[in-house]
Design a protein around this ligand. Sequence first.
Ligand SMILES: Cc1cc2nc3c(=O)[nH]c(=O)nc-3n(C[C@H](O)[C@H](O)[C@H](O)COP(=O)(O)OP(=O)(O)OC[C@H]3O[C@@H](n4cnc5c(N)ncnc54)[C@H](O)[C@@H]3O)c2cc1C
Length: 421
Amino acid sequence: MSTAGSPTNWAGNVTFGAARVHRPTTVDELRRTVAAADRVRALGTGHSFSRIADTTGDLVRLDGLPPRIDIDPQRSTVTVAAGLRYAEVAARLHTAGYALANLASLPHISVAGACATGTHGSGDALPGLAAAVAGLRLVGPDGDLTEPTRDGDPETLRGAVVGLGALGVVTAVTLDIEPTYEVAQQVYTGLPLDRLADSHQEISAAAYSVSVFTDWRTDARIWLKQRTDRDSGGPGRHWLGADRADRPQHPIAGLPAQYCTEQLGVPGPWHERLPHFRPDFTPSNGEELQSELLLPRAAAPAAFAALRALGGRMAPVLQVSEIRTVAADDLWLSPSHGRDSVAVHFTWAQDTEAVLPVVAAIEEQLLPLGGRPHWGKLTAAAPQSLPGRYERAADFRRLLRDRDPAGKFRNAFLDGVFPAA
Ligand SMILES: Cc1cc2nc3c(=O)[nH]c(=O)nc-3n(C[C@H](O)[C@H](O)[C@H](O)COP(=O)(O)OP(=O)(O)OC[C@H]3O[C@@H](n4cnc5c(N)ncnc54)[C@H](O)[C@@H]3O)c2cc1C
């Protein structure tokens, strides 16, 4: 299928410039489309805020491919169609008695799109979602199929998983799985910002997955997601000056919590607790923008101090800020490559002109601390400055040249970050 038109991303801040949009229903049709194209990009669910998925050529949607979900109990993996959303994969896995190690805040994003940008959840011991990838099926520029795997070609896989959509169109992803588990979620409100700064290590270590929400001016709220088979005990009713909530909370203080995953310590399946938002709540578009930086854990105190100093500057455009932790991985362009990280995220008002100068002010403070901007969110950093933040960027550049010498999968975003030689 090929349609004309100008789709936008989920937030509406990017109108794709594609001349044509395709929705192939078989891998062979996709291969022919890619082979025939001059310039082509894959589109996931369009949840990125940057222009990373954009193209002036052909845009290919993957959600028309057969929705395969094949579990391999011997290898403890599942192979899924790349365009599937985590919500679909997670529900099927749980029914079959399996689970993924982690999920992002929203389960509506596609597996391939999330992995391509280094999307992450939270947890001191949990790397980003891409770290679970054991293999990819990739359509190259001539319509050729390759399958880098962790066992067969680990170096290529390390380069290709957080691939920014630049190495080809992923048709299937193989992910590590484990036996299903339950999570119980508690929220603590009224954490003084001084206690956040002093006790962040204790807070982030208090459960399997922990998120902290704040406006950097008043106080903070802690989301503790405890695995019932691993985390024992947990903080009492009062903790570090915060109080355990006795009614469900929304990450943005004061908003109704009916679309949030169940709280108050009620145990439930992993995929119905790890994301903050319920899978059956499907926002078709969002009135927000987002930016995020991942920093080395040791930079957290300096980063928090800088952000508190900027609290007044952020206030007119900030909806909420979220602090998470991400374990180190070895994927070349992963924002948590080679270092345990603290991730500082910002949900902004949907006003690019007003938001970008504030993002720039934050990045002026946090980039020198080793910050790496999220590939799928807004940044004011100069694109050509980004590779210098990644030890394996030169290897990625080489992989790009080898896999796509004519630059078929390039777009303006990629040309900015990795200019063609
Ligand atoms: C409400 C909301 C909540 C979010 N929560 C989180 C969060 O908790 N943690 C976090 O880290 N991020 C989060 N994000 C950011 C989001 O996870 C990323 O932007 C992610 O890339 C979105 O996936 P997508 O399927 O929409 O990808 P798209 O935005 O469609 O595409 C992103 C990139 O992936 C490439 N791509 C997509 N599919 C393929 C494919 N089949 N083959 C090759 N390349 C492909 C595209 O070309 C593009 O370069 C959130 C975003 C929103 C809107």
